[in-house]
Write a protein that binds this ligand. Structure first.
Ligand SMILES: C[S@@+](CC[C@H](N)C(=O)[O-])C[C@H]1O[C@@H](n2cnc3c(N)ncnc32)[C@H](O)[C@@H]1O
Length: 283
């Protein structure tokens, strides 16, 4: 989303609808009790249209959410982390779903999306809006650390940063600038997690069906702009000194117990980065 964007993210509403669906699985990997009400008919309709182009989106999204939920628990229990920052939060409900004593959540997002989220949350009778501190930031031109510190984040206390479903929509310059600020501006015991797509997918150099999925997302106003196969060199440039990566096949095997080559999950990864080796073993 660029500077001029005054429209809230549609992809955020779409993934919210997928979270609602995944919450209804017979054996769900997580339950988001608010996703259905937040996504509404609009979110469901956007997701239903993507199904025709990428039938595995619901599973892929469920794996991503479940893994990052687990990371929150691990960071709090094993890394003594008490500050969780959700970058490009969209309609994320972790602050409400995963409350932990003494843990503060900060949600950072483009102003247009954050305003839309707050308006939707205000219509829900039982949503604990105060569970998060809300901060606006346009990653294309603003410094997230400056914005977070202004919102009372303590840069001398470690942070878990969850940057979920955002990096593919940014320019490489914004990804680098944001990652550099995360590496240099936070306590060195902090941990950053983000998902990314491969270079070919971002460039449209893929099978027609996959290109159609990317085209559909682009038509929602958020084209995929950045893909990277191995983020380690970029992360080292930005100041990180410990990097791990896992692909969605590994997650599917562990969390769903299966491997289906046709899902193309091997082209989508979650990266973890820190400036110091975390004291607990990861992932
Ligand atoms: C696919 S949604 C993901 C939302 C959420 N993280 C989730 O997984 O449900 C993409 C998010 O990136 C945010 N975003 C895109 N471009 C941005 C920018 N330039 N600055 C700040 N946020 C941006 C959108 O506002 C939206 O919330």
């Amino acid at each position: 989303m660029d500077d001029t964007s005054s429209t809230a993210s549609k992809t955020a509403l779409m993934v919210c609808a997928y979270r609602a669906r995944a919450s209804r699985w017979a054996t769900p990997l997580f339950v988001d009790p608010w996703a259905q009400a937040i996504a509404g008919d609009e979110g469901e309709a956007i997701a239903a249209r993507l199904d025709a182009h990428f039938a595995h989106m619901e599973r892929w999204l469920a794996l991503r959410v479940a893994y990052l939920d687990r990371l929150v628990g691990n960071a709090v229990d094993h890394l003594s982390i008490r500050q969780i920052v959700i970058l490009g939060a969209g309609y994320d409900t972790r602050a409400a779903r995963l409350p932990r004593a003494g843990v503060r959540y900060f949600e950072v997002d483009h102003p247009a999306t954050q305003a839309a989220k707050r308006a939707r949350l205000a219509t829900l009778a039982n949503y604990p809006i105060d569970a998060a501190t809300y901060t606006t930031c346009n990653f294309e031109r603003e410094d997230p650390i400056e914005r977070l510190v202004a919102s009372d984040l303590d840069p001398h206390d470690p942070v878990l940063v969850i940057w979920e479903g955002v990096v593919p929509y940014l320019t490489e310059a914004a990804v680098r600038a944001t990652a550099t600020r995360l590496a240099h501006g936070l306590d060195p015991r902090s941990l950053v997690a983000f998902d990314h797509v491969g270079k070919k997918l971002a460039a449209g150099d893929v099978k027609p069906a996959e290109r159609e999925a990317a085209t559909y997302v682009g038509e929602l106003g958020e084209p995929v702009r950045f893909g990277i196969d191995d983020p380690l060199p970029l992360l080292v440039d930005c100041g990180f000194r410990w990097v791990r990566s896992l692909d969605f096949n590994e997650l599917a095997l562990e969390l769903l117990g299966d491997y289906v080559r046709e899902r193309m999950f091997r082209f989508q990864h979650i990266a973890l980065a820190a400036v110091r080796t975390p004291v607990a073993l990861w992932p």
